[in-house]
Design a protein around this ligand. Structure first.
Ligand code: GLV
Ligand code: MN
Ligand code: MN
Length: 423
């Protein structure tokens, strides 16, 4: 049954509007995983699932699932969805566009009374964004069986233990030591997402079919100096942790710039989070902790970067009177998406007459974790000025609707393929 791009715009718009209201009021748009706003967002999503007559469940890792069961005797499953959590002061579309488009596909199926040859589930993957426990993609990592004990036992700054939060939201963290059993039944995971970059917008292309997602490595760097009176300790007597930290910040930036120019591969590194203790104007900073976020498609460049960073840290330890330590926080591998799904996504966009390209993602996604264990594919749609992870993030609802048309076409293509195999 044909999906009409224009007539689905209001369905999508209303839901984007609903979710944008569920935010920390003084800090739009903020719906951090496990926060009150996140629980409110989930309760909104449960209502959506209920009104679409889906069976609702929460899996072992806390993904919220709305399941549309096939009438056929078949346990196979196609997953569509994304995430409703946000970064602090984030946007209204990152993740949300994918969840709303999945709801829109289900609505279309229900309205037209379509029976698919497999189960179709909407997933809100738990906590895709980087959180206070130093990890991201909680739900998809849990599905893939790569949430290890160390990560699950971490405490955040408020002293909350990650696995206890997973259990509170309806998961069962004891069962997270291997891939979840459901993956045996998964035919494909599909995610629509805003591009979060400018490629589609600049080239005026409607659909991006994602080929690869860069690896993401995060490191915690701590610098221990000595706090003291800012008026009495003379300049040559200080162990100022922030001054040493600032050397690391510029070193990371400059080295990443050089490596990105040298390797001609995607290579970016950011220090976007820094805590200074005790953070007071009249006290020399005694301790700094910060996070390096490193993304690349090239293992060689990453190795080279870590070598020179470690040399720099040794040098600072020898010369600065501060003590610098670096520690791994999280890792997601570079992945290439399933080739058959890339082909089928392109075919789906072509058959709808939508301009499309195959492209690489700059951002990380749940799909990267899922690709470790099941076939996974992604659809990108343009977003304004490439802005994301900020309140200015914006995507046209008509573009989301076009992406949704591709998502639905893709589900149908998978259904046709499945029927061919079964005959
Ligand atoms: C996910 O939003 C990321 O940080 O790439
Ligand atoms: Mn996202
Ligand atoms: Mn994001």
């Amino acid at each position: 049954m044909e999906f009409d791009i224009n007539s689905n715009i209001s369905f999508i718009q209303e839901r984007i509007n609903d979710l944008e209201k569920i935010t920390e009021k003084e800090n739009p748009y903020t719906r951090l995983v496990f926060s009150k706003e996140f629980y409110d967002g989930r309760s909104w999503l449960r209502d959506q699932y209920t009104s679409l007559d889906l069976s609702i469940s929460t899996d072992e890792v806390g993904n919220l699932i709305g399941l549309l069961k096939t009438n056929k005797k078949n346990k196979q499953l196609v997953i569509i969805g994304s995430h409703i959590d946000t970064v602090p002061s984030g946007g209204r579309y990152d993740g949300i566009a994918g969840v709303v488009s999945a709801l829109c596909v289900i609505n279309h199926i229900k309205k037209n009374d379509i029976d698919l040859p497999f189960n179709l589930a909407v997933y809100d993957y738990l906590g895709e964004e980087l959180n206070d426990w130093g990890t991201s993609c909680i739900g998809s990592r849990g599905l893939a069986g790569v949430l290890n004990k160390e990560i699950l036992s971490r405490k955040n700054t408020a002293g909350l233990v990650l696995k206890e939060e997973i259990d509170k939201i309806g998961g069962n963290s004891k069962l997270l030591n291997k891939p979840l059993p459901v993956i045996e039944n998964i035919l494909a995971c599909l995610e629509l997402h805003i591009e979060q970059g400018k490629v589609l917008e600049d080239r005026k292309i409607e659909i991006g079919v994602v080929r690869s997602i860069p690896s993401i490595s995060r490191f915690s760097v701590t610098v221990k100096g000595q706090a003291g009176h800012s008026g009495t300790i003379l300049m040559n007597q200080r162990s100022d942790a922030l001054v040493t930290a600032s050397e690391i910040i510029s070193f990371v930036n400059k080295s990443a710039l050089k490596l990105s120019q040298k390797s001609n591969q995607h290579f970016v590194a950011t220090i976007g989070k820094i805590n200074v203790h005790p953070n007071s104007a009249a006290i020399i900073p005694g301790f700094v902790e910060m996070t390096i976020d490193l993304r690349t498609s090239s293992q060689n460049s990453k190795d080279e970067f870590l070598n020179i960073l470690n040399e720099k840290i040794s040098l600072l330890n020898d010369t600065s009177s501060c003590n610098v330590k670096i520690k791994d926080l999280a890792f997601a591998p570079y992945i290439e998406m399933d080739k058959d799904l890339i082909h089928l996504l392109k075919k789906s966009a072509n058959s709808l007459g939508l301009s499309n390209i195959i492209m690489d993602s700059g951002a990380g996604h749940d799909t990267a974790q899922l690709s470790r264990v099941v076939p996974a594919g992604m659809i990108f749609i343009p977003c304004k000025d490439g802005l994301s992870h900020c309140p200015e993030e914006y995507a046209k609802v008509s573009d989301i609707s076009k992406g949704t048309a591709v998502l639905w076409e893709m589900v149908q293509n998978l259904a046709r393929k499945k029927i061919e195999v079964d005959i």
